[in-house]
Design a protein around this ligand. Structure first.
Ligand code: HEM
Length: 346
């Protein structure tokens, strides 16, 4: 994953900017070596596919995209289908490698991106204790200690939602957007873009536009706080009117956007509800030890930019909260079991 993230960061190689360099032999083209290593790393996905196949062969019940697909393919008489690409029988069954990469692309596109938002949220909230305090008060008032928040509570937690939106705005996970290629000559704002050019939308630049966001470098959830209106995450395909641009725009807009927003919301709502997270205090000054969010050195390089590792303490909000968390952990084991996953408790 780390090689993939490095290899796919726009502008990492001179050959991104000067296409003529792509003709250099292997020895002078380190990016090609890294590209190959990336595919070796992707071998992991082939292994996971093999595990699914062998579980099916042993009669172990598994559900999920890959297992369901393999079963359907076998029913069509194509149990064994090595190689890449798709069949040309009019159906277009994915061969093994294509299937493994398709499943992997969903997992890879959705995992680091979503977890980065969670890490960034914790860092920004700890760096802005008033915003965190307000989110906790809202949570206590709206939900209380006897149950966890659910998706249906979203409209009633406008401050939390505003804090998440502000985290997405101030530190988009794909900070420079994803590279695209112009399929034909184009002109934009008087600039000629020849066919084949790499085009990168500067997400961070858009989010730092003072005409769109007042005092853009300030973490200010207030800009998204509107307790009275129906809460829209506002990141849909209307490219002119959105809270943020973290999911891209146009034809290649993130297909996981709804899942991403829902999972980021539920994880962070439950975190704020049940967990008192805090920065450790400096033994001399008593001040919290936190990386400076405005210092680029506090963030990782790569396609996805996350906070570098920082220390955080976690404890339950109360014994009552802890009990609800324990119960829910036990309940979820049944779902894991149904998915064919190992369980921790009986
Ligand atoms: C906070 C989390 C996420 C962020 C910030 C994010 C962001 C993005 C961005 C910027 C793009 C490229 C858009 C473009 O090319 O203009 C993208 C594409 C994509 N995303 Fe996400 N994403 C997230 C979560 C997810 C999840 C959870 C999934 C799947 C379960 C997912 C699946 C994909 C896929 C498959 C593409 C490629 C779409 C295409 O090229 O047509 N993403 N995402």
């Amino acid at each position: 994953m780390s090689v993939f993230m490095h290899a796919s960061e726009p502008g990492n190689y001179l050959a991104d900017v000067f296409p003529i360099l792509r003709r250099l032999p292997d020895i002078l083209a380190p990016w090609r070596k890294e590209g190959r290593r990336m595919h070796e790393e992707m071998g992991l996905w082939g292994k996971l596919l093999d595990e699914c196949s062998s579980d099916i062969a042993k009669g172990i019940a598994r559900t999920g995209f890959v297992s369901d697909y393999l079963r359907a393919r076998a029913e069509a008489g194509l149990g064994d289908l090595p190689g890449n690409g798709a069949t040309d029988d009019g159906v277009g069954w994915m061969r093994d490698k294509f299937l493994a990469y398709t499943a992997a692309s969903v997992l890879e596109a959705g995992s680091d991106s979503s977890s980065t938002v969670m890490f960034s949220f914790i860092l920004f909230m700890l760096s802005n204790p008033d915003a965190l305090q307000r989110a906790r008060e809202e949570m206590d008032r709206v939900i209380g200690p006897d149950r966890m928040p659910g998706w249906e509570d979203e409209d009633r937690l406008p401050w939390l939602v505003a804090c998440i939106k502000e985290t997405l705005r101030i530190r988009p996970p794909f900070i420079s957007g994803l590279p695209h290629v112009a399929e034909e000559d184009d002109v934009y704002n008087g600039y000629f873009i020849p066919k084949g050019s790499m085009v990168i939308g500067n997400v961070y630049g858009i989010h730092m536009d003072p005409a769109r966001y007042l005092n853009p470098s300030m973490f200010d959830p207030e800009r998204f706080y509107n307790a009275d209106s129906g809460l829209q995450w506002n990141s849909g395909p209307d490219s002119q009117n959105r809270a943020n641009y973290v999911f891209g725009w146009g034809r290649r807009f993130c297909i996981g956007k709804h899942l991403a927003e829902a999972s980021v919301f539920i994880v962070l709502a439950r975190l704020v509800w049940g967990v008192d997270f805090y920065a450790p205090a400096d033994s001399h000054t008593g001040m919290p030890i936190l990386p400076d969010v405005k210092d680029e050195a506090s963030w990782t390089d790569g396609l996805v930019s996350a906070p570098k590792i920082f220390s955080v303490g976690f404890k339950p909000q109360s014994e009552k909260h802890a009990e609800v968390i324990r119960r829910s952990y036990v309940d979820v084991q049944a779902e894991w079991e149904a998915m064919g996953q190992p369980v921790d408790v009986q």
